[in-house]
Design a protein around this ligand. Structure first.
Ligand code: GLA
Ligand code: ZN
Length: 672
């Protein structure tokens, strides 16, 4: 399904901040952006201070002019509500809008993404502004979406948040006794008698490091509360604009694997998921792909919008490397290959002052079309026009699901022990990377997603088993599904309270094992196990388990637990459940996941080879095979399908060999 009936192509454009420039420049921008085949502009992202110069005064005159200008030039608009940075006068007059940091430090005015989500001032004025914008611009035909605030994030530990936290807790637990039970407060004599004895868990109270807490149940609840507080701000603005323009999609830009906000919950209130893709220099194509898949996954596999990426360079890394020629194009298509229905940038023209003056833009400081970046952007714009609306709304065909859950993420990483190197996303990545290199598409799913259409479910470190999720897995496996989980699974419930009676708790019957202990290996230390005749390393954690019906596929080769299971497989109903009791290396995961998928009858989208990425999307217009060459060498790929290539217009027959140049892209509409 398309996210809007006002669009008929992969929209192309991004953040445009003309308010930073004199009007003479605007005209020039219009010309240059048109020539670059840009068609959508995100406006008004950081303009609150000029839209509301004082408490009672609003001034939309400049935005009116900008809206008129871009409208006249035929650009669509994604209109932001400007509430991601409050005005200085507001901070001076109403200090409740200022956040308090994790260490207890009260902020002064400065920066952005800086408002306390529980500040009555913030809520009142942000919603008021959103409503006024909607009323003022509701009849603009070129308005295609609302962009609420910008990259919600961070957290606040102010007194208002503390009070709101108590209200939130009261609603959740009803009685103080129940809260005491859920947080296990009999530990270290923490029993609470009155709600106002509860304080926020931070460096002043329960934390000894940012992530590490002495009362994990409390920290977990704070994280949920903080994410929901910000979501509440978003929802209030959402309702405000929706009440005026019910038919326009409303959204906010997310940040991929962003830990502080439970995006799975957020996605429910977003008409379309949009996100900003800023990989670090060292990120692999698989890491970027996994973020795209997460963003597609949080809304049940629906297409998303790529709202921001840099055309060339960022300003906030330690080393801000340039995107090499062809990489911006390649990564733009990678987003499309994973479900994006837009290609957008931050930003259109490079600022001259403050911290983003060295951030890439379509129009650079030189101010002309004579730059590599401009030319690359222009060429891509032209190509996207050619593709038109074919791929819009297309979904990904995946038979493998990878489970990811924010509560689990928070709980694992605020845990004291067993190893400081235990990082949820890293473990998920090891499995995802194997699928990616095997060209087997995967959906990233959460607790509420249906598992019916999948053959394989992979849930690395399923530390927290939420009520009912074990039942879902049980049904999935009974019906013939293949389930894979790892060490440190089935340990706690939704309050981070241990499920007693033997690990892996509620998963014990499904996996057919009992885990008795877990050995954390210091950095550099490893054990070994062999699988299909090859020896692989065992690192990080080694679970010591006993089979209770499961078949032992491999055992540890060293130490006092030599001979104990490293990998087990349990037949359960019509399906199978695997337990990988330790962490290994890339070669192992490829072999192991490759074997499971093959046995489950899952075929790669294209024959795997180094640096080749392949995905398939389909909609009512057809099925589209995407081939991307992330390497520096030419690749040849033997096509398994016949069809027409969208960028060149050439037709191909199944069995034909396609030459894919370095950084090359190939999109085949399959002939069925
Ligand atoms: C984020 C923000 C933008 C801009 C870019 C710079 O994604 O949303 O406003 O600051 O980062 O990379
Ligand atoms: Zn606060």
């Amino acid at each position: 399904m398309k996210y809007s009936n006002k669009v008929n192509k992969i929209v192309y454009g991004g953040d445009y901040n003309p308010e930073q420039w004199p009007k003479e420049v605007w005209k020039e921008d219009m010309k240059l952006l048109k020539e670059a085949h840009i068609d959508v502009l995100t406006l008004n992202v950081f303009a609150w201070a000029s839209l509301q110069p004082s408490e009672e005064e609003y001034d939309f005159s400049r935005l009116d002019e900008i809206m008129e200008l871009v409208g006249e030039h035929g650009f669509s608009v994604c209109l932001a509500t400007s509430t991601a940075a409050h005005p200085a006068w507001m901070a001076k007059k109403y200090p409740d809008i200022l956040r308090v940091e994790f260490n207890g430090m009260k902020r002064k005015f400065g920066g952005r993404h800086n408002s306390c989500p529980n500040s009555p001032t913030y809520r009142k004025y942000s919603v008021r502004l959103a409503k006024k914008l909607a009323e003022r611009y509701k009849d603009c035909d070129n308005l295609i979406a609302w962009h609420i605030s910008n990259e919600y994030g961070g957290e606040c530990y102010c007194d208002n948040c503390e009070k709101a936290f108590r209200v939130w807790l009261k609603k959740k637990y009803r009685t103080i006794e129940e809260l005491n039970r859920a947080w296990n407060t009999s530990f270290w004599g923490h029993t609470f008698y009155e709600w106002d004895e509860i304080v926020l868990p931070n460096l002043l109270s329960e934390h000894f490091e940012y992530d590490r807490s002495q009362f994990q149940g409390m920290t977990l609840d704070y994280k949920r509360f903080n994410s929901e507080s910000m979501l509440e701000c978003y929802k209030m603005e959402y309702e405000a604009v929706k009440s005026v323009t019910p038919n326009l999609p409303v959204t906010t830009n997310l940040m991929g694997f962003y830990k502080n906000l439970d995006y799975k919950m957020w996605a429910k209130y977003m008409d379309v998921v949009v996100w900003d893709n800023y990989p670090a220099n060292e990120d692999t194509p698989a890491q970027i792909a996994m973020s795209h898949d997460l963003m597609r996954g949080i809304k049940g596999g629906t297409p998303f919008l790529l709202m921001e990426q840099t055309p060339s360079v960022t300003n906030w890394l330690s080393y801000n490397a340039l995107k090499r020629p062809g990489v911006m194009r390649l990564w733009s298509y990678q987003a499309v290959a994973h479900g994006a229905d837009s290609v957008m940038f931050f930003q259109m023209r490079r600022s001259i002052g403050a911290c983003e003056k060295l951030h890439g833009a379509i129009i650079d400081h030189v101010g002309t079309n004579q730059t590599r970046v401009y030319r690359e952007a222009q060429a891509l714009g032209k190509e996207l026009e050619r593709i038109g609306e074919e791929t819009l709304g297309a979904v990904t065909e995946a038979e493998v699901a990878v489970y990811f859950d924010w509560d689990n993420w928070w709980a694992i990483e605020c845990s004291a022990g067993p190893s400081c190197e235990l990082k949820y996303k890293d473990e998920v990545y090891l499995y995802y990377e194997a699928l990616h290199s095997l060209n087997i598409p995967a959906d990233i799913v959460g607790e509420e997603d249906d598992l019916e259409r999948y053959k394989v479910l992979i849930a690395p470190i399923l530390y927290m088993t939420k009520p009912g999720y074990d039942e879902k897995i049980r049904r999935f496996v009974e019906k013939g599904g293949v389930f894979v989980t790892t060490f440190f699974s089935g340990i706690v419930d939704e309050h981070d309270l241990v499920i007693t009676g033997g690990y892996p708790g509620r998963l014990r019957d499904i996996l057919g094992i009992w885990v008795e202990e877990s050995d954390a290996l210091p950095h550099g230390v490893q054990n070994e196990f062999s699988y299909q005749g090859i020896v692989y390393p065992a690192k990080l954690l080694c679970d010591l388990s006993h089979p209770e019906g499961a078949e032992v596929l491999s055992t540890y080769e060293k130490d006092f637990y030599q001979g104990m299971p490293a990998i087990t497989k349990n037949s359960f109903g019509k399906g199978e459940a695997y337990y990988v009791a330790t962490r290994s290396d890339r070669a192992f995961y490829e072999k192991f996941i490759g074997t499971l998928c093959k046995e489950a009858g899952i075929r790669p989208v294209a024959e795997p080879q180094k640096k080749l990425e392949a995905t398939i999307r389909s909609n009512e217009n057809g099925r589209y095979l995407f081939l991307l060459n992330h390497g520096e060498e030419m690749l040849s790929v033997i096509l398994e399908y016949s069809g027409k290539e969208l960028l060149s217009g050439n037709t191909y027959q199944a069995g034909e060999k396609v030459k894919l140049p370095a950084k090359g892209v190939f999109i085949l509409r399959l002939q069925e």
